[in-house]
Structures are given as C-alpha cells and as structure tokens.
Design a protein. Structure first.
Length: 363
C-alpha cells in the first residue's frame, strides 16, 4: 500500500506540473478596437497569426477577449479598413484601424458605398435628428464635399430649408450597420436640425433672390446657320449628302428635308423645285434661318425663397419652428415650381427625469 500511495502522489504531482506548464504558456489578451476618429468598431475579426483556430470578434463597444499562446501576434481585419497586427500582451490593447487605400484617395467626405450585386443594391440612408427617414438612390454623395452641401441636402429632403440644417455627419461601414442595421449598408447621412438653447428667444426672417438671364449664343462656341451650311456644302461636294445617302437614314437635316419635299406632290405640284436653281434657292434660305432657340425656350426669371423662423428656449421647454416658401417661375418656359415647407423641433421637460420631444417636417 505504501508503494501504491507513493506512486499515486507522484502521478498527481506530475499532472499538476503539466497543467501549470500549459497554463503558463497561454495568456488572456483583452482590448478595444477603434477607427481613426476614435469610434468603437464592432464585428472586427481578431485572429492569431498562422493559427485561425484562435479567433473572436469585437462586440458593439469594440471590445474583445481571447486566450492565446504567449508571444503570439494578433491580426485585426475589417472590410474597408487596413489590416493591423499587434503582439499579444496582458496589458489591455487599444487598436486603431485606419481607412483602406480606396477610402483614403477620396475627398474629405468619405466615399460612401453605392454598389450593386446580383441580389441587391446599397444606397445611403438619411437620418434626421436620430430618426430614420429614407434610403436615397438618386442623391450624389460626392456633393457632400461641396460648399453648398446644406443647400443640396435641403433640396433632397422635402420639409427642410437650408437654414433648418445645423450640421450633418457621414457614418460608414460597421459603425453605420451597428447603429441602424442592414438598411445602413450603404452608409448613413445623419442630419441635425436647428433647435433652441436655453435662454434664447429669437425671430428671424431670411430671403434669397436669384435672377437668371436668358443664355446668349455669345457665351458658346457653336456654329450659326451660315457656318453650318458651309460645312454641309463641303460634304455635298464630297458626295456624302446625295439623296441615296440621306433619305434612307432614320434621321436627317436640311438636305434630307429638301430631297423629301422634292418627291412630295400636293395641289398639283411638288413641294420642292428639284432643279438646280430651286435647290440653290432653298439652301440659301436655310442659311438665314438663325432662330434664337434660347429666346424660344428660356426666359428671364427670379427665383425667391422666404423663410420665417422662431426659436425659444427655457428650463421647461425649447422649440425651433420655421415656415417658408420657394417661388420659382422656372428658367425654361415650360418649368415652374412652388414649394412650401414647415419644420418643428421641440423638447419639453416637465420633470427632471422626464423629457418629451417632437420633430415635424412637412412640405
């Protein structure tokens, strides 16, 4: 019995020693992954280099925890970001993932995704004061880098005027989907409207007038009728404007009309004298048809926009309201548009623990 007990004790000591050795060879690595703006990145893949069996992903706060062998190298990857490596350590890590090369080549406003696959399309999502508004397949996200970005945003969001917009931000990649789900796969344009601060009472009226002149041919380097006919006569001399080459085209110009009229018979005569003198006379008349199409299609017009806003803020409530109209008779004669809009952003705090808010946009 003494020998068996001694052997059992020795076996237990060897087992404990081996477990201790195994535990000593692994460490617990914890940390946080952020983007270049310091925003936590969820769903970042964290793996051990050359050992994919050791794997985890960051949570919605960008945090991760992983048991790995000592002296390991961790690899952090996320679509749209540069892959980053870091040595494993027991000290909490803070990893920053920079934007990928394709994003860095863009303007100061990130190039938001507007891609197409076989199954679906991704478009930017509009969010107004935290409330999801709509996906937009027509807005050109490159316009956000323009100095007129607020005006262009107001044009894309009925019910808002340029003065109603206080600021806007662009959210992309995992940060967008973490906040608003799969509908934000194409990125998010978050718009914050104006609101009144405490102790503010302000009434504002603004007006914008835009005068548009009829365009002039002097502004463009184009041919007049005489210039055009001289080119056509050169083509005729080279044989390119014969009846056989013109009449059977789906579209043709002045020579085609001349040949077409020469074979049309009405009131016991042809519409066009098909003699040399008749054709020459027709082409000379065509040289004088200098119609000013700008005057036919456009008009002098004044586009004006008027906005009245009221802001008031106190300890119990604050609100910002605006009412406006845009009157546009149109630059082209066949276009005109009148738009009326209303915006309300109000917050009420009847109790220190209760806050109620309402946002209304109408147009």
């Amino acid at each position: 019995m003494g020998t068996q007990l001694r052997n059992l004790i020795v076996s237990l000591m060897l087992l404990i020693g081996s477990v201790t050795a195994v535990c000593a060879q692994t460490i617990l690595v914890q940390g946080t992954v952020l983007d270049s703006r310091g925003t936590p990145l969820p769903k970042v893949s964290v793996t051990v280099k050359l050992d994919n069996s050791k794997h985890t992903t960051t949570d919605k706060e960008g945090k991760f925890s992983l048991q790995v062998p000592e002296k390991s190298v961790l690899v952090f990857t996320l679509t749209g970001k540069k892959t980053t490596e870091a040595p494993a350590t027991t000290t909490p890590l803070e990893i920053t993932l920079e934007d990928g090369e394709e994003q860095q080549k863009g303007s100061t406003v990130t190039t938001m995704r507007q891609t197409t696959s076989i199954q679906t399309k991704y478009y930017p999502l509009w969010v107004i004061d935290g409330v999801v508004y709509k996906q937009d397949s027509t807005f050109n996200t490159a316009d956000l880098a323009s100095t007129d970005a607020k005006r262009l945003i107001a044009a894309a969001l009925p019910g808002l005027s340029e003065r109603d917009i206080e600021s806007f931000t662009v959210i992309t990649d995992a940060s967008a989907t973490a906040l608003y789900g799969n509908q934000a796969t194409g990125g998010v344009i978050s718009v914050r409207t104006r609101h009144a601060g405490q102790g503010i009472n302000r009434f504002t009226y603004t007006s914008q007038l835009t005068y548009r002149f009829i365009p002039s041919y002097r502004e463009f380097n184009i041919l007049n009728s005489q210039d055009q006919m001289s080119v056509l006569k050169e083509l005729e001399g080279g044989g390119s404007l014969s009846p056989e080459t013109v009449l059977y085209q789906t579209r043709y110009g002045v020579y085609g009309l001349m040949y077409d009229n020469a074979i049309k018979y009405k009131n016991k005569e042809y519409l066009q004298d098909n003699t040399l003198e008749g054709r020459t006379r027709y082409l000379q008349e065509a040289e004088m048809r200098n119609t000013d199409w700008f005057k036919e299609l456009f008009q002098h017009s004044i586009r004006h926009q008027h906005t009245v806003s009221l802001a008031s803020g106190g300890q119990v409530s604050n609100f910002y309201a605006s009412l406006g109209a845009t009157i546009d008779p149109g630059w082209a004669k066949v276009q005109s548009e009148n738009t009326y809009f209303f915006n309300l952003n109000a917050t009420f705090k009847p109790h220190k623990y209760w806050t109620f808010g309402t946002i209304v946009n109408a147009s």
